[in-house]
Design a protein around this ligand. Structure first.
Ligand SMILES: NC(=O)c1ccc[n+]([C@@H]2O[C@H](COP(=O)([O-])OP(=O)(O)OC[C@H]3O[C@@H](n4cnc5c(N)ncnc54)[C@H](OP(=O)(O)O)[C@@H]3O)[C@@H](O)[C@H]2O)c1
Length: 477
């Protein structure tokens, strides 16, 4: 079982490393909001980074934003630099869990993971970089297992909603779920929205290095995962999605890779039926398609050359039509933004043999929540840490390098996310079709673009449920 107790020499449950970053500052606020959810109602935490002055400023800002003046004086500051291994070791010796917000992870991540493994601290990151995530699994899984340390990657918007969403869909399905496609839509308020430069940089170098991923994967020497039911067909590079009534393309982030690793773990460790997965993102109407094609071609071309990467790094606003900026979104933009991912699954009912014939049942679920990068991500990251601290016996038996789904499949992580609303933003909600019907009835909820404001909603009665099945034409197992 994971070690989760603090001690005089390891006084903090959590240390937020990279607290001065654009994302780190919101993780600090999220931790400050959730101290009562720590073990015995008291979370002990500190902030870390390479500049004491900047860290003091972050605490001051959080104290103002949350009206908690005590944050200025009561939160300890640790100075640590990725380039100074001794400072990393000293930090990791003092934490039960390091929440690592220092990216791009391909440049800064490995030394932090190594220091955590060597010094007995669990590590949670928000990387969306498959190459980093999978090379950590290849290089540190056995050492982490020996040390009883849990290294849990991709605990932000990449890839908690997708990974946990597939597991949620599977658990709602009464039978054997064999395939899921998900469709992401993002909406923003009148002031629009954007993503901070840190993620843009991770994307630039991730894409430039993508050819290394296949050789890395060959080193695992994995057997192919068994395909149960018909093979899931991949959609085209661009298509009009009936599911979300807009143009869509394959999701470029780490979600498919993370979900695949989770499904492999659950199949190999627990003999679960692996679920095939395809992830897509809505991009809107034809105007956006043209813009995106143009920006995409430019990005694809420039990323191949070092001068191109320099240009992309220097002028994110220009090359992304303002979608990525050096300033990041304002709080007002963040408050008005939200995301929704609908999961469309198929499989076999309990009385049907999955090795014979076509799937005979479908299911649809939704995950929806607040702004992806700096509201949903801190919630997901902090709730992941709280799950480790509060439910160590629900984690896999041995330490190791895990995806969120592999680490949290047996825990109450989804309930924690559902319960966790923040201020004016809506909580991360996992909803089945049944739940959506309740919302539709009680709120005039619009399936295509509406927002849910409630976390846990009671199951609908069978009659209403059947009506919903007739209405959607879906047969829900
Ligand atoms: N999964 C998701 O959905 C999601 C969402 C948001 C962000 N992210 C990822 O999170 C990462 C951070 O993004 P961001 O936008 O917050 O970037 P950022 O604002 O540039 O923050 C980078 C952080 O790393 C620190 N840092 C850089 N070099 C360091 C070193 N040598 N030693 C110690 N600290 C160092 C910076 O410290 P200084 O302040 O001292 O420079 C800063 O705190 C990126 O990889 C991004 O892709 C993921």
């Amino acid at each position: 079982m994971a070690r989760v107790e603090t001690s005089p020499s390891r006084p903090y449950h959590l240390i937020i490393f990279g607290a001065t970053g654009f994302t780190g500052q919101f993780v600090v606020e999220e931790v400050a909001r959730t101290v009562s959810e720590g073990p015995k109602g008291n979370l002990k935490w500190a902030v870390a980074g390479r500049s004491r002055q900047k860290l003091e400023k972050v605490l001051e800002q959080a104290a103002g934003a949350l009206s908690k003046p005590e944050l200025r004086t009561q939160v300890d500051i640790i100075v640590a630099d990725v380039g100074e291994p001794d400072s990393l070791a000293a930090m990791c010796k003092r934490a039960v869990i390091v929440l690592n917000c220092v990216g791009p992870y391909r440049f800064h991540g490995e030394s932090v993971v190594r220091a955590c493994v060597e010094n007995g601290a669990h590590h949670i990151d928000i990387s969306g970089e498959p190459q980093f995530l999978e090379s950590m699994q290849l290089n540190y899984n056995s050492q982490a297992a020996e040390k009883g340390v849990y290294i849990i990657g991709s605990c932000g918007f990449d890839s908690i909603p997708a990974d946990m969403g597939v597991l949620y869909t599977r658990d709602q399905f009464k039978g054997t779920l064999t395939a899921v496609e998900s469709f992401l839509t993002v909406s923003s308020g009148p002031d629009g929205g954007c993503i901070h430069d840190g993620t843009w940089q991770s994307a630039i170098y991730g894409l430039a290095d993508r050819h290394k991923l296949s050789s890395l994967r060959r080193k695992f020497n994995h057997k192919p995962l068994p395909t149960v039911g018909p093979k899931l067909k991949r959609r085209g590079a661009l298509f009009f999605s009936k599911e979300i009534q807009q143009y869509a393309l394959p999701f470029m982030g780490s979600d498919p890779a993370v979900v695949r690793r989770t499904q492999r773990f659950l199949s190999e460790e627990h003999q679960d039926t692996p679920v095939q997965y395809g992830a897509y993102a809505g991009i809107g109407g034809i105007g956006n398609v043209i813009k995106l094609m143009f920006a995409g071609m430019m990005f694809w071309f420039l990323v191949k050359f070092s001068f191109g990467r320099n240009l992309l790094t220097k002028y994110p606003e220009f090359f992304s039509y303002g979608f990525f900026t050096k300033a990041g979104p304002t709080r007002k933009q963040m408050e008005a933004s939200s995301f929704q991912i609908s999961f469309h699954g198929e499989g076999y009912t309990e009385d049907q043999d999955p090795s014979k014939g076509k799937p005979n049942a479908k299911i649809r679920t939704l995950v929806q929540g607040p702004e992806c990068g700096y509201v949903a991500t801190p919630i997901a990251m902090v709730q992941a840490a709280l799950t480790v601290l509060n439910e160590p016996s629900a984690l896999p038996k041995k330490g190791g390098v895990y995806t969120p789904g592999a680490a949290f499949a047996k825990s109450t992580f989804i309930d924690r996310l559902n319960k966790h609303g923040i201020q004016k933003a809506q909580p991360l909600n996992f909803l089945s079709d049944e739940d959506c019907l309740i919302q539709r009835i009680s709120l005039g909820y619009d399936h295509a673009g509406g927002c849910c404001w409630f976390g846990n909603i009671k199951r609908v009665q069978t009659t209403l449920y059947s009506a919903w099945q007739r209405y959607t034409g879906s047969v829900v197992a």
